[in-house]
Design a protein. Structure first.
Length: 420
């Protein structure tokens, strides 16, 4: 019965892969006639080779994105339906006395095998980014970063799993409410402390070297009402050609961060437009709203998780060798439910995010009045990350946390003509 169920699920997954790939490879992406030849038309700022690459590269990336989450469900169900999760639990319970070691052992086995099963896909995308020149990362660096991120997420995961089962065992009927309360400081940590404490583990941060640019950025920050005067550059050009910058932290701890790729690839007025956009997020309190939004999402997710966990363990727990919600072997069910919930909520999250990003573009235009620099920086963004200016509707709906570059260029062009 469980094998049959798994076989059906696998079939469904393969059907989904075929359908989604077919849609993505055939979806129309041509621009409206009136924008042909204008600044939003990639043919005006990309070479024909770049155009072809951007289209192919984005297509493959889109297919990867749509398939990777459901692929995790295939893996989790594999652990469950074949009783592997139950076997892992028996193994760590035999080997270790203390619950924390049992959890560490279980999480290690689960993450290790998940990582191994994901490796071919990760490797393929690593190669692809090389072939298309989006990434400069050496294989050694890639492997080391994968090991680092495995270690960091392993430690975090052991902590989270330990917390989860401790709360479930202490309060079998109200655990989701306790977890909601605990999630508040954890979200605060990830939003405000992680960029300052965890990010430097992966990358080198140093004060911005270009003093004139630093002065201009700080002048801009002053106009945006951003306190403190720390401007950093991060050494990212070793690994990527994509451009990024952000402002985070609270009060005098606020830091303005630019990836060095931005310094290398953009002109000064373009950098200042991007920085004005980032400062817009800060000045419009987007982080605060993001925080409340996250807590709201966690509330819904935990409530559903509570009911779905009880329902699943009652229905198929015996088949899968899972003794109850408080059994360590139920972890793949927890991960499966959370992954499904996060996948189906992506369109909502991203619709909100697109609103924020648009508001930051408006803010930057009001600050800089420079639609010319804005258009050029968006065009560079498209070229450097080989992103598609006008992606298929479904891709935008599910995965785009920014308006498309087509929409952004059209907007600054229009808005700029009104400001003049
Ligand atoms: Zn933004």
């Amino acid at each position: 019965m469980k094998r049959k169920f798994y076989a059906w699920f696998l079939l469904l997954f393969i059907g989904y892969c075929v359908l989604i790939s077919y849609y993505l490879l055939h979806a129309p992406t041509s621009l409206p006639i009136e924008s042909k030849g204008g600044p939003a038309d990639p043919a005006t700022f990309m070479t024909p080779v770049q155009l072809g690459q951007a289209e192919f590269f984005s297509r493959i990336n889109d297919i990867g994105a749509f398939i990777s989450d459901p692929f995790q469900w295939v893996i989790y169900l594999f652990f469950l339906c074949f009783g592997i999760s139950a076997k892992f639990r028996d193994m760590v319970q035999r080997k270790f006395k203390r619950p924390i070691w049992q959890i560490a052992g279980f999480v290690f086995l689960l993450s290790f095998f998940t990582k191994v099963l994901n490796l071919p896909i990760n490797w393929y995308f690593f190669r692809l980014e090389h072939i298309y020149g989006v990434s400069n990362e050496t294989m050694g660096h890639w492997a080391v970063n994968h090991l680092k991120s495995f270690a960091v997420s392993f430690i975090l995961m052991v902590f989270m799993v330990w917390l989860f089962y401790s709360v479930v065992r202490k309060s079998p009927k109200k655990w989701w409410i306790w977890l909601l309360l605990i999630s508040i400081p954890i979200s605060l940590f990830f939003m405000f402390i992680q960029p300052v404490v965890i990010d430097p583990i992966y990358h080198d941060f140093s004060p911005l070297k270009d003093q004139q640019l630093k002065k201009d950025i700080l002048d801009l920050a002053k106009r945006a009402g951003i306190p403190g005067g720390q401007v950093y550059q991060v050494d990212m050009s070793k690994t990527t050609n994509t451009l990024n910058a952000y402002v985070n932290g609270i009060g005098t701890n606020t830091r303005i961060v630019l990836w060095d790729t931005l310094l290398k690839k953009l002109k000064k007025d373009e950098i200042l437009f991007i920085m004005a956009h980032e400062m817009g997020h800060y000045a419009l309190h987007h982080m605060r709203w993001l925080f409340f939004g996250t807590i709201g999402m966690v509330f819904v997710a935990l409530y559903l998780l509570f009911h779905l966990m009880h329902w699943t363990t009652r229905k198929v727990g015996r088949d899968w060798g899972v003794r109850g919600v408080d059994d360590l072997a139920s972890l793949p069910i927890v991960l499966l439910i959370l992954s499904v919930l996060s996948f189906v909520s992506l369109p909502v999250q991203n619709a909100v995010s697109r609103q924020f990003e648009h508001a930051a573009d408006v803010y930057a235009m009001d600050m800089q009045h420079d639609s010319d620099a804005a258009i050029r920086s968006f065009q560079r963004l498209a070229v450097e990350s080989l992103s598609e200016v006008n992606p298929p509707a479904l891709v935008k709906f599910v995965y785009f946390n920014h308006p498309t570059l087509y929409e952004r260029i059209q907007f600054v062009k229009e808005y700029g003509s009104h400001l003049r």
